[in-house]
Design a binder for this molecule. Sequence first.
Ligand SMILES: [Zn+2]
Length: 71
Amino acid sequence: MIQPQTCPICDKKMKSSKQEDQFPFCSKRCREVDLYRWSNGNYVIERNLSPEEAAMMESMENGEIPPDMLD
Ligand SMILES: [Zn+2]
């Protein structure tokens, strides 16, 4: 069963087919809100990463799945 897609910003349910260009957000506005948060450093992903976590992040950025996640 497919779960309804919800917007990560406003949590509104949406029909993905019509809003693919804004995916995964429900609207251009929510997309801009997300960008704004990023630019203000509210999403801090490079905080206190252990060497293992840093390596995992790097692998994921390269599109690789770390072997220990394939369990
Ligand atoms: Zn939204």
